[in-house]
Design a protein around this ligand. Structure first.
Ligand code: ATP
Length: 404
């Protein structure tokens, strides 16, 4: 199995100890109500294990991007309330604008074994959190008497923040949780030791966002499929007319280089052979628009989804795969008329027996909303983190955890 040689939550002896756990409770909220609690349920195995083993479990997480310090709309209170519904253990929310102030200290001092305290949003400490401030990292560690820290926030593992990385300097023991283990095992195996054929599918808006992912995956996979807005820069690099489609002219040489690199390495690089085109970008995004499917894109039209032949081509490639990794939608899926390509790819993944891994973000949301979630082997909880993993980067939040 590709490389997780880290101390895990199972290796710790936690009875009676205070354990700080960095979870990813960065859930979507609408008017204070959680619209998707996947990230909370994904953290339950680690939380329950620690509770069962008699730890005093102190959870911390960020939520959203509060710019002006503590603000009620970014409070972790709704996440704590949801957690309380999902576990049998007692859950106390430590409302505290400084995260680790008197309220937090009191809650932790009063907690019993097998109980849970949820701290307030770590980003209420602003740059102290995001710039990995040593003082805040130390305060977090002191809250659990410098005993133990478990990292289970895969979605934040690509950031070296006080609560994901800095804190480890001030605790005796560190470990990864079950969610981290699962994410690392699926993504790590897929990239480093895949059962072949290995097909990688990349979509989304911009080539520039995924330069290193494309580069790394061409080396690792057998077939790389490109869709979404980023496909047009590749098509233009091949000398094709792309009309008014999204393009990054500064990346044409890069795309040429990638096309050559794939050819030299004997890898298949699949690009759209037809396109769903329209006159202009829908406004609002889900507006009813007239579209046609065409093998060529006229100068005054733009491509907003892969066409039907491309859907078949991509589905065929998925059928012959044993491992599939997918990140990024195939078109402007927010509009049902332009979601067909994304749905077709999601369906092809749902129908295969291959190991299927969804790399977070929009593609994860698409798979879940289409009802295909339980058909996938793994849906990553981290968009940015899974992308950086697919780039072959070492994530700081994994790196800081002790090796076995
Ligand atoms: P995340 O960072 O959340 O993981 P992602 O990698 O899944 O995101 P993004 O790069 O953010 O994807 O791109 C998603 C956006 O790309 C969607 O909003 C979609 O509408 C847009 N998009 C897809 N195809 C096109 C296209 N042909 N033209 C313009 N925009 C497109």
């Amino acid at each position: 199995m590709a490389g997780l040689n880290k101390v895990t939550v199972e290796d710790l002896s936690v009875k009676g100890k205070k354990v700080l756990v960095r979870v990813d409770f960065n859930v979507p909220l609408k008017d204070g109500v959680i619209t998707n609690d996947n990230r909370i349920t994904a953290a339950l195995p680690t939380i329950n294990k620690l509770v069962e083993n008699g730890a005093k479990v102190v959870l911390c997480s960020h939520l959203g991007k509060p710019k002006n310090g503590p603000e009620d709309k970014f409070s972790l209170a709704p996440a704590a309330a949801r957690l309380a519904e999902l576990v049998t253990a007692k859950v106390t929310f430590a409302k505290d604008d400084t995260v680790v102030g008197d309220n937090a200290k009191k809650a932790v001092a009063e907690m019993g074994e097998g109980e849970i305290v949820v701290l307030e949003n770590t980003r209420f400490r602003g740059a102290e959190e995001t710039k990995n401030g040593e003082e805040f990292a130390k305060e977090l560690a002191q809250l659990v008497d410098g005993e133990a820290f478990v990292m289970d926030a895969f979605g934040s593992a690509h950031r070296a923040h006080a609560s994901t990385a800095g804190v480890t300097k001030f605790v005796k023991e560190t470990a990864v949780g079950y969610l981290m283990q699962k994410e690392i095992n699926f993504l790590g195996n897929a990239v480093e030791d895949p059962v072949r054929p290995f097909v990688a599918i990349l979509g989304g808006a911009k080539v520039a966002d995924k330069l290193n992912v494309i580069n790394n995956l061409i080396e690792k996979c057998d077939t790389l499929i490109i869709g979404g807005g980023m496909a047009y820069t590749f098509l233009k690099a091949q000398g094709k007319e792309i009309g008014t489609s999204l393009v990054d002219d500064t990346k044409l040489d890069y795309c040429k280089e990638m096309i050559e690199k794939a050819a030299k390495a004997g890898k298949k690089l699949l690009l759209p052979v037809d396109t769903t085109i329209t006159k202009s970008f829908p406004d609002p995004i889900d507006a009813e628009i007239e579209v046609e499917v065409s093998e060529t894109i006229p100068a005054d039209m733009m491509g907003l989804d892969i066409g039907t032949k491309t859907q078949e081509l991509y589905a065929e490639a998925v059928k012959s795969a044993k491992t599939v990794v997918w990140n990024g939608p195939m078109g402007v899926f927010e509009n049902p008329i332009l979601a067909k390509g994304t749905i077709a790819v999601a369906k092809s993944l749902a129908e295969t027996d291959a190991t299927t891994i969804i790399g977070g973000g929009d593609s994860a949301a698409a798979v879940i909303s289409l009802g295909f979630a339980d058909k996938m082997s793994h849906i990553s909880t981290g968009g940015g983190a899974s992308l950086e993993y697919l780039e072959g980067k070492v994530l700081p939040g994994i790196d800081v955890i002790a090796d076995k």
